[in-house]
Design a binder for this molecule. Structure first.
Ligand code: SF4
Length: 530
């Protein structure tokens, strides 16, 4: 670029200042509509400092006269060609097409359910399905007996209790339930069960090891995770907290974290005693299950601690039962009061939610999220990357754009944790890396999720790309987490079904397991980056 002479073509009201290479606008001379040229050097031009190059089209909107524009062009090439992007294909805007109407009536059991009933959160909670026989009643005639037998086997061997709202059930494509992304997240089928990875723990994130009091995890220096209760409006198969959340199953006896004011007070006292804590996540279980007075009690107690500056109520509710945000006024008012009080205290209180697939977002969701937006409640979304649910670029792009359309910020996409009984839903770290590449750039950066691995063993969330070492043959990726433990290395394991034949052979013999891990850790320590 050095040595190039640039020519400014100035519209009415502009003059070229050849001394310093800047275009000046003179509002008093609009009639002097001659095109003036000024030679400027790129080193001194404001335009050049903004990274423009020869041939770029530049419009300065400082003048209210639309004709008063400044064009940047290489000397001698005349008026630059104005380029318009081609019209986009209609399906590229499909994220705006939200499902509407009384879609739930296609389920035999809901044929007579009118809209006010379907929008009533109490009706949704009361008619949520927890038993396979009850599900049979709702789906009578819709699914094949073979699928139903498969479901029955899935229910009996799942480590997570089953609970699914009528809203979710009515969004499933029952003509093809095996491939449906919502069915895959909530309703286990026996034929999909794969053996767990040999390196899997029930509490793979070791949340209990970092819990100074029951139900409060303090891992990062300034942040704590407060588990207020152990129930949710639905139970997700992929839940990382299947060690505590939901009722006992045939496979797992759960750690008890019941809603208890006495237990909460122990947690609050701990938070109060730790001056370094600034940020509390209120989760569970799910904040949707907290009574309105409990939202106020927890919110205000934490707001009253001077060093707490940020709080996030975590709830999957907006994704699985948006009706509550439309019909449970007391709950929404309670959250609004805490958010407003926080704002007056210059503290941030937001809602974190959990949509995983664009099909979960309907016109009912839009109404619910709009209600929160009108009240100034910031909503951020955390998704879990799941095989056959959202592990392809088109689905993830639509999810990100649909959330952005409704002002819910796509914040994180989590690599699926190593959770018992759901190996079929896990993907490789490579899948996350590939997806991230496809997603970045589809919308603004602040609406682009960060893909993270919550490092098993308690390393916390690491950018998926930040591994020290990744062996794609054995599926072992190794992460560091200096702010949690400067010396430790944390390993994530790709699901064995996804590995090459050679990789599967190595894991097939338990005698190799320690060596596979030791080899990855040694490579990470030696700085070998694969
Ligand atoms: S709503 Fe959240 S805490 Fe509850 S089961 Fe689902 S993922 Fe787990």
């Amino acid at each position: 670029m050095e040595g190039l002479l640039w020519k400014w073509q100035l519209g009415p009201g502009y003059t070229g200042d050849q001394g310093n290479g800047r275009a000046l606008w003179s509002p008093t001379t609009p009639s002097a509509a001659t095109h003036t040229t000024a030679s400027v050097s790129p080193e001194t031009s404001d335009v050049t400092r903004q990274g423009r190059r020869a041939g770029d089209d530049l419009t300065m909107n400082t003048n209210t006269d639309p004709k008063a524009r400044v064009s940047l062009n290489v000397a001698g090439q005349g008026e630059p060609e104005r380029k318009r992007k081609p019209t986009v294909a209609a399906d590229s805007l499909s994220h705006r097409d939200l499902r509407s109407g009384d879609f739930w009536r296609s389920l035999p059991a809901f044929t007579d359910i009118d809209e006010p009933t379907f929008l009533d959160h109490r009706w949704q909670a009361k008619h949520s399905i927890t038993k396979v026989d009850k599900l049979l009643g709702v789906l009578e005639g819709l699914v094949h007996k073979r699928f139903f037998d498969d479901l029955r086997q899935g229910f009996s061997s799942a480590p997570m209790a089953v609970r699914v709202s009528p809203y979710m059930l009515s969004l499933i494509d029952w003509a093809n339930p095996y491939d449906d992304p919502i069915r895959r997240q909530f309703l286990p089928v026996g034929s999909e069960i794969l053996p767990d990875h040999p390196k899997l723990d029930l509490d793979s994130l070791h949340e209990q090891e970092d819990a100074p009091v029951a139900g409060l995890t303090h891992r990062y220096p300034d942040k704590a995770l407060f588990l207020a209760l152990d129930t949710c409006p639905v139970y997700c198969r992929f839940c990382t907290r299947s060690y505590a959340v939901g009722t006992n199953t045939e496979e797992v006896e759960k750690v008890s974290l019941k809603a208890s004011v006495a237990r909460w007070e122990e947690a609050f006292s701990y938070v109060e005693s730790r001056d370094e804590l600034e940020d509390v996540v209120i989760s569970g279980g799910d904040s949707y299950q907290l009574r309105a007075d409990h939202i106020r009690q927890i919110g205000n107690r934490l707001l009253d601690i001077d060093h707490i500056r940020r709080m996030r109520f975590a709830s999957k509710g907006p994704a699985v039962m948006p009706q509550k945000l439309l019909t449970d006024d007391d709950w929404v008012d309670a959250l609004t009061e805490v958010v407003d009080r926080g704002r007056r205290m210059h503290k941030e209180v937001v809602l974190h939610t959990h949509f995983n697939h664009p099909n979960e977002i309907t016109e009912i969701t839009a109404r619910a999220l709009n209600r929160l937006f009108e009240r100034g409640i910031v909503v951020r979304n955390q998704s879990v990357l799941q095989r056959g649910v959202n592990d392809d670029p088109a689905t993830m792009t639509t999810l990100v754009k649909r959330l952005s359309w409704l002002n819910a910020h796509p914040y994180y996409v989590y690599q699926h944790d190593m959770v018992k009984g759901v190996e079929t839903l896990r993907t490789t770290v490579q899948t996350a890396l590939d997806l991230e590449k496809q997603i970045r750039g589809v919308t603004a950066g602040f609406n682009t999720p960060v893909f993270v691995v919550d490092a098993p063993g308690g390393g916390g969330k690491r950018d998926a790309h930040s591994y020290e070492y990744y062996n794609r043959e054995t599926g072992v990726s190794v992460y560091k987490s200096p702010n949690v433990n400067a010396d430790a290395l944390y390993c994530y394991f790709d699901p064995i079904y996804s590995l090459s034949e050679r990789g599967r052979e190595r894991w097939a013999d338990p005698a190799n397991h320690d060596a596979i891990v030791a080899e990855a850790v040694a490579a990470a320590r030696s700085g070998e980056h694969r």
